[in-house]
Each structure stands twice: as C-alpha cells, then as structure tokens.
Design a binder for this molecule. Structure first.
Ligand code: NAD
Length: 452
C-alpha cells in the first residue's frame, strides 16, 4: 500500500520541479504532449487488453476511447501557442500611456482523480489540459478498473519524470492521503456523493476543484424525426460500454404518437447490433463488478420489460434492456442508472416533457430528437444541462472545441480543448505604466480637501 510519506515525497518533488520553471516553456509542453501521444500509440495493444480485462470492453470501443485522447492532444498541440499568448486589453482613459495584458499562468501541482468506466479517456484527457497549461500532475486512477490502472501507471512511469507526472494507484485510503496535500487544483470525475467528500477536503487547503459528476440525462424524442436513425443513435449511446457511460441517455421521453414505432425500431437495432443473444456478441461489454450487477438487477424489477432483461451473475452480464410502463416513483427513475437499462416514459405536449426534465436535478447531458427548429429552440431555452446534443447521443463529447462538464448536481467546471487549458490555468492581469507622464489628481492632498 502507498504510504503518506510516498505521497508527500512525490508531491514535494513535483513542487520543486514546478518551481524550477521548466513547465513554463511552451516548447517543453508541446514535447510532453507529443510524448503522451506516442506513448498511447505504442501501447495501444496493452490498453485494449486492460480494458477488455476490466469491462470486456470491445476492441472498437477501446479504440474509440483512445481516439478521444489522441484528438485532444492534436488539438492542444495545434492551438497551444494561441492559448498561451498574453491577451492585450484596452485601458480606460485615466490610464493613458499604459498597456494591459492578461497572462495565462499554470496553477502548479494538480491532482486528477478518475472513475472506472472510461478509465483511459477520463484520466488522460484532463491530463492533456494540465500539460498544455504547464502544470505538474499526480494521477489517481480508479482501483475498480484495476488492469487499466496498472497500465496507466506503467505507461506514465515509462514516459515521464515522476517529478513532472506521476501515477499513484490505490483506493479510497490513497485518495484520502492525496487529498490531504495542498494541491493547486483537483480535477475529480466520479459520483456526486464522492464529489462532495472531495470538495470538502479541498476546502481545507482552499484548493479549487473541478467536479465532473453524473446524473440522469434525459433523451426526448419529438414525432417528426427519422425513426430509424433516432433508434440507432439512442441504442448506440445507451448500450455502448453496457450503458456505463456518464453521458448515456438515462431515460427516454417519447411523444406518445410515435412511441410504438420507435420502440420497435429500438428493439430491431438492439438485435442488429448485438444479435439474438447479446451475451455472445463481441461488441457488448460487461458490468464492472458484482456490486453494480446487484444494484442494476434490482432496477430490472420495475415496469414491464419490452426487450432484454436477461442476466448472468457469473459473467456479470445484463442484456440491453428497455423497460416500458415505468413511473417516476420507480427506483429506476430515482437514481442514475449507469447500466444497460433504458426506461421509457411518454408525453403528449413538449411542454410536459420539459416540465418533467426540469423537476429533476440538472443533468450532465440532454438529448433532443426533432427537426422542428422552434421546438429545438424551446428545449434549449427552457431547460438546463451541462451539454446538449440534438438529433444524436454522446457525440458532442467528440468535438474538442466544445467545453464539456456539468451544471448543478452534475458538477461544475469545464474541459476538452481550450476549456481544459483554461481550467488548469489562472488569468494574471498585468498593467504596465509609463514614466512619461504622472497626473497628480489621485495624490493627496485631495482636491476636495484643498477647497476647505
Ligand atoms: P466514484 O465516485 O465511486 O469514484 C471515483 C474516484 O474517486 C475513484 O478513483 C475512487 O477511488 C475515488 N474515491 C472513492 N471514494 C472516495 C472517497 N471516499 N474519498 C476520496 N476518493 C474516493 O465513481 P465511479 O463509481 O468510479 O464512477 C461512476 C460515477 O462517475 C457515475 O456517477 C458517473 O456518472 C460519474 N462519471 C462522470 C463523468 C463525467 O465526465 N461527468 C464521467 C464518468 C463517470
């Protein structure tokens, strides 16, 4: 087990490394980003194997997860010079003959704590922002995806000086030890309850936090859509990684008059994607552990199963499942599902769907399928969520220029692209005065006094 001495030792070495100023150099940051890119390329096989061992993650989904990191690296390398450039600001008239600039400064030594569901992406994409902004980083991957945690540790150790980037593996105790250090930023991805613990620990050191949390992301379907594409996109977003995706559509709110047609198409696409027996499909992942398997099995008791429902504890398998006839009182509608279960609710008027969504805590993502621009605008205007994807699910995450994060109970702070760079930087306002002129109006004795 990792000891407090070891945590403090690595932390202090990183403090010294940061103080030496090496990370301030933009060329150094670019070189490190390229080293990370190279390390992922070289170790693709190891990563795929580890994700398979932890989640039975299909090779393509593992590849997709890595692609997310690689495209963030490319985007950062391409844009880092413009992001780091000091920004000239106009000055008011009374600051005549001066100039003002905003500098983007690194924060220092940062801590990144990750979850188990996309253990590579959710550990390394924040790291891209931290490197680009010029920080030293300690990574704490989830102990639950233990194979991937070891691979991350191995890759980072082979690639970086631990005084610059280090991985500390472990569970809750290790996390707690790390949280007692005085980091300059903590970037946490995980559940809401643990997010609260992280935030209160961070408060002891006045450390700013980014909390990337979860919640129930709604998927609303209007009656004017291409049913085939809608069904395909929902099935993909919901059942990839066996539903263990923070932005997966949690529940479906479908307009009553197309419900039957949409559900039949969803059923057809589940069969097309995963076959008659999804347990034999090489494209379908498994539940991470017994605890989550039992939790999800309980949720299958709600409503009426429209498709799926099969489980196998030995294989940690839960079939892609759609549940009809659920109500908000059911357990499946009271907690984040985070598994391959899609409850279905219906609405008659769009305003009903909007009201239902607004009665829940603000979600991480909101999906709306409709070709009606007015309805699209209405949903955007009258709801709140971390992000939105119209006429698709999950794909908004793949656009590096779109800031990603939650709002309210789904978290706060943003990353991906420049938003990640900004999260790991602070803005330093600098006013630079001239000696050519020095107006006396601000110096005592003040004008008012002179009058008396
Ligand atoms: P979790 O909160 O249980 O664990 C996340 C991390 O926190 C792990 O590294 C774990 O070791 C650590 N941890 C656990 N208990 C701790 C404690 N008491 N003190 C300090 N650290 C502790 O989350 P999880 O089960 O790994 O992931 C699932 C949750 O994460 C879901 O709610 C999901 O929605 C959310 N999530 C959010 C995003 C996002 O981008 N917003 C992405 C993925 C997952």
């Amino acid at each position: 087990m990792i000891t407090q001495t070891k945590v403090s030792d690595i932390f202090n070495r990183q403090r010294q490394f940061f103080s030496a100023g090496k990370t301030k150099n933009v060329e150094f940051r670019i070189e490190q980003l390229k080293n990370l890119e190279q390390a992922i390329e070289v170790n693709k096989g190891l990563i795929i194997k580890a994700l398979k061992a932890d989640l039975n993650k299909p090779g393509f989904e593992a590849y997709f997860e890595m692609m997310g990191v690689l495209s963030e690296i490319k985007y950062a390398v391409k844009n880092i010079k413009s992001w780091t450039k000091a920004q000239k600001i106009g000055t008011p008239f009374h600051q005549f003959l001066s100039s003002a600039k905003v500098y983007k400064e690194p924060l220092g030594v940062v801590l990144i704590i990750g979850p188990w569901n996309y253990p590579i992406n959710l550990m390394l994409v924040p790291l891209v922002g931290a490197i680009a902004a010029g920080n030293c980083s300690i990574l704490k991957p989830s102990e639950i995806a233990s194979h991937t945690s070891s691979v991350i540790a191995e890759i980072i150790q082979k690639t970086f000086d631990p005084s610059f980037i280090a991985v500390i593996e472990g569970g809750v105790e290790t996390s707690k030890e790390l949280l007692s250090e005085s980091f300059d930023h903590i970037f946490f991805t995980g559940g809401t309850d643990i997010g609260k613990i992280v935030m209160s620990s961070a408060a002891q050191n006045l450390t700013p936090v980014t909390l990337e949390l979860g919640g129930k992301s709604p998927c609303i379907v209007d009656d004017n859509v291409n049913i085939e594409y809608t069904a395909k996109r929902i099935v993909w977003g919901k059942f990839s990684n066996a539903g263990q995706t923070c932005t997966a559509p949690d529940y479906l709110l479908v307009k009553k008059n197309i419900k039957k047609e949409l559900l039949n198409s969803i059923k057809k696409h589940i069969q097309k994607f995963y076959g008659e027996e999804p347990s034999k499909s090489h494209s379908y992942a498994r539940i991470i552990n017994q605890r989550h398997f039992s939790r999800l099995s309980q949720l299958l008791k709600d409503g009426e199963i429209f498709v799926g429902g099969d489980t196998n504890l030995e294989e940690l398998y839960i079939a892609p499942t759609v549940i009809d006839q659920v109500s908000w009182k059911d357990k499946v509608m009271q907690e984040e599902i985070f598994g391959p279960i899609l409850p279905v609710l219906e609405y008659t008027h769009l305003s009903e769907a909007i009201d239902l969504v607004n009665k829940q805590p603000k979600p991480l993502a909101l999906y709306f399928f409709s070709i009606n621009k007015k309805n699209q605008e209405l949903v955007l205007q009258e709801t709140a969520s971390g992000g939105v994807c119209i006429n698709d699910t999950v794909m908004h995450l793949t656009v590096p220029a779109l800031p990603f994060g939650g709002v309210g109970a789904s978290g706060f702070g943003r990353y991906h692209g420049k938003a990640g760079f900004d999260t790991f930087s602070y803005q330093r306002g600098v006013l630079n005065k001239s000696f050519l002129l020095d107006l006396n109006w601000r110096y005592p004795p003040y004008l008012e006094k002179k009058k008396h």
